[in-house]
Design a protein around this ligand. Structure first.
Ligand code: AMP
Length: 219
């Protein structure tokens, strides 16, 4: 049976890092909607180029576009064994659409993780965050070099990681994405992890939580 995980949490909580690590270790497909959009902008995709202004301002891209992207990705054969979603769902409409996709697709429980970090810490982390301009991987916070440890590409700051856009993204998170947590909160597979701890500690707690939640669901 497959395993499907949604990594929720505000920008800067470390959900992308944890989603990538967990997916690699468990051989699951990691799907980051932010990465898909940034990649599509680079490739000159017209829909993504239209979405770019909203991304640069820290606003959400419309539900219909996002649901179509994720639906297409989750119904492909390489997602059959399971996935880790990073950055989706961000609205209740997206969460409802994901439930429909899960019914169509079947295969394994849906574990929902909320990575919690206080707002001031998020602003601090995002101000120093850098990603690879080539492969999109996040740099280690302590890394002072200019090139990506995975592919050698140049490390850059994201356009939407400057302080005023970060504040807007956090407002959008509170307004549109927090209600998604309430949508999931009463499910037996919903778990909360303290994202203010070291990445290694978060990883250990997450692994145990996901195993336990998935086992509970398959009883
Ligand atoms: P992220 O890398 O997850 O922070 O996403 C970067 C930007 O892409 C967001 O600020 C949004 O503009 C857009 N985006 C990514 N995922 C979604 C989504 N599920 N719904 C709407 N917009 C999204």
């Amino acid at each position: 049976m497959g395993l499907n995980v949604i990594m929720m949490g505000p920008p800067g909580a470390g959900k992308g890092t944890q989603a990538g690590r967990y997916a690699r270790e468990r051989s699951l497909l990691k799907i980051s909607t932010g990465d898909i959009l940034r990649e599509a902008v680079k490739d000159g995709n017209p829909i993504a180029i239209e979405a770019r202004a909203r991304m640069d301002r820290g606003e959400l891209v419309d539900d219909a576009t996002m649901i179509a992207i994720v639906r297409d990705r989750l119904l492909r054969p390489d997602a059959k064994q399971g996935f880790v979603l990073d950055g989706f769902p961000r609205t209740v409409a997206q969460a409802e659409a994901l439930d429909q996709i899960m019914i169509e697709r079947g295969n394994g429980p849906l574990v929902i993780i909320d990575v919690v970090v206080a707002e001031e810490e998020l602003v601090r982390r995002l101000a120093i965050r850098r990603i690879c301009s080539k492969c999109g991987a996040g740099a280690d916070p302590g890394d002072t070099g200019d090139s990506c440890r995975m592919c050698g590409g140049e490390l850059v700051q994201r356009v939407d990681d400057n302080v005023s856009v970060v504040r807007e993204r956090l407002r959008v998170y509170s307004r549109s994405t927090r209600p998604v947590l309430d949508f999931y909160r009463n499910r037996p597979t919903f778990r909360v992890v303290n994202g203010a701890q070291s990445p290694e500690r978060v990883a250990r707690e997450l692994d145990a939580m996901i195993d336990e939640a998935a086992a509970e669901r398959s009883l």
